[in-house]
Design a protein around this ligand. Structure first.
Ligand SMILES: [Ca+2]
Ligand SMILES: [Ca+2]
Ligand SMILES: [Ca+2]
Length: 436
């Protein structure tokens, strides 16, 4: 067999290994869509009684080179449990396990899961809300989960403050071995006024202990109504950066942030709380943050188009590792005439590629769209479609692994399922040029 023939066989074998489903996209080889896998079903198995599946979250396991996707199984008449599926770098389904079914005896649904991977302990911290009083009081709880679901630590409570209900927990991991801890943030709402009141934060050690009390990261105010918190950890500064949305006046909402000490989670002061983008009179919403694990953060959000009640765009801003803006202005990532909302993002620390995903309203349905670029690109390449418009609900999620990105999302087809699509890294393909 000639060297060329061997190469063809290797290429063919690699394509078979790397492409879940039927065939690679027919788009041009160097276009972003040529690097997309077909859509594949994550919320398996589908036998037995069929729950609705909602709210996917995803993290990458850098030791086993796989992803863990978690979501909520919701059934009529009450109970909801959290489930997990392991996904290989090539989109293969590796195995599912349940996360909370042993806790259901108390009758409190668990919801809004988020997770972070801990590469020192080779485990995940799963955070979620527990419904204490129906549609009124929610606490944030957590448990440690073995990488393969082999064990699940006892459930423990992170946030349960008087007169507060907690929503939308997020978690980031401090990877410095002598620190090895997490920061958990959540939106705290006043259960009396039903207004957003705080973005709360608390350090959780790798063993689940909590030596520091929970505290307000944002300014506590029912005028500002800070909420929609998100968090990233940056090893260069040994700090967390937390972002959130807060009110300026009327319909004018802005994006704010605070740096947090990597050990205690205390707000770094000065500068204390500072703004990321306060463009008025625009409504800016749903901030999300990621780091390249080196020298940058990227914050993204959606914002209204001036004078329109239906058209929203995706914007972003690059920050250095101290949270200082890298440019005078924020920049547009998606700006079609449709409503584009709920951005999430991940950054590939190896090659600096940014990847942002969002929900795009088209007609009566929702599509999932995505944009990827490198800081060296002179302009942002055009966004591309991940999932066509259907009744996709809620926001997508994305994680970066050693072969590229995995985007996960809900899709409703009578029943709601969790689907995913891979976007493979540019250097993953075997070289096109080979010497005979
Ligand atoms: Ca409570
Ligand atoms: Ca604004
Ligand atoms: Ca738009």
């Amino acid at each position: 067999m000639s060297a060329k023939r061997v190469l063809v066989v290797i290429v063919a074998a690699c394509l078979i290994l790397q492409i879940p489903g039927s065939a690679i996209s027919s788009a041009a080889p160097d276009s972003p869509t040529s690097r997309l896998s077909p859509e594949f079903l994550i919320s398996q198995p589908t036998a037995g009684s069929q729950p609705e599946r909602y709210g996917p979250a995803v993290a990458y396991n850098s030791l086993h080179h796989e992803y863990l996707v978690v979501w909520k199984n919701s059934r009529a008449f009450g109970f909801a449990e959290l489930y997990a599926q392991r996904i290989s770098l090539t989109g293969e389904i590796l195995g599912h396990f349940d996360l909370t079914s042993d806790l259901l005896v108390d009758g409190h649904p668990r919801d809004e899961a988020a997770l972070a991977y801990n590469a020192i302990n080779d485990e995940y911290l799963l955070v979620y809300v527990c419904e204490i009083v129906d549609e009124l009081d929610y606490n944030v709880r957590a448990r440690r989960i073995a990488w393969n679901g082999a064990w699940k630590g006892s459930e423990f409570e992170i946030f349960d403050w008087a007169n507060r209900g907690f929503y939308k927990p997020r978690v980031a991991w401090n990877s410095i071995p002598s620190h090895n801890r997490y920061l958990v943030v959540a939106d705290a709402w006043d259960t009396g006024s039903n207004k957003a009141n705080d973005v709360a934060g608390r350090v959780v050690m790798a063993d689940g202990s909590m030596p520091y009390a929970g505290h307000n990261i944002s300014i506590q105010s029912q005028t500002l109504q800070p909420h929609w918190g998100d968090v990233a950890y940056n090893v260069a500064a040994n700090e967390f950066l937390v972002v959130w949305r807060q009110n300026w006046s009327g319909d004018d909402w802005d994006i704010w942030a605070a740096r947090l000490d990597g050990a205690s989670g205390a707000v770094v002061t000065p500068p204390a709380q500072f703004s990321i983008d306060t463009t008025g009179p625009l409504d800016q919403d749903h901030p999300a943050i990621a780091t390249n694990s080196q020298d940058r953060y990227l914050v993204v959000w959606d914002q209204a188009l001036l004078g329109s009640t239906t058209d929203r765009e995706i914007y972003g801003r690059e920050l250095d590792y101290h949270g200082s803006p890298m440019t005078v202005n924020s920049f547009a990532i998606a700006y079609s005439t449709d409503e584009e909302t709920y951005p999430r993002l991940a950054i590939n620390g190896k090659n600096n590629q940014r990847m942002v995903v969002w929900r795009r309203k088209i007609g009566l349905g929702y599509a999932i769209w995505q944009s990827g670029w490198f800081p060296t690109d002179p302009t942002l390449p055009p966004p591309f479609e991940i999932a066509p418009a259907s009744s996709v609900w809620e926001q997508p999620a994305i994680a970066v692994g050693s072969s590229g990105f995995l985007t996960v999302y809900e899709k409703r087809e009578g029943t709601s399922f969790i689907y995913g699509r891979m976007h493979w890294e540019y250097n993953l393909y075997l070289p096109y040029t080979a010497k005979n």
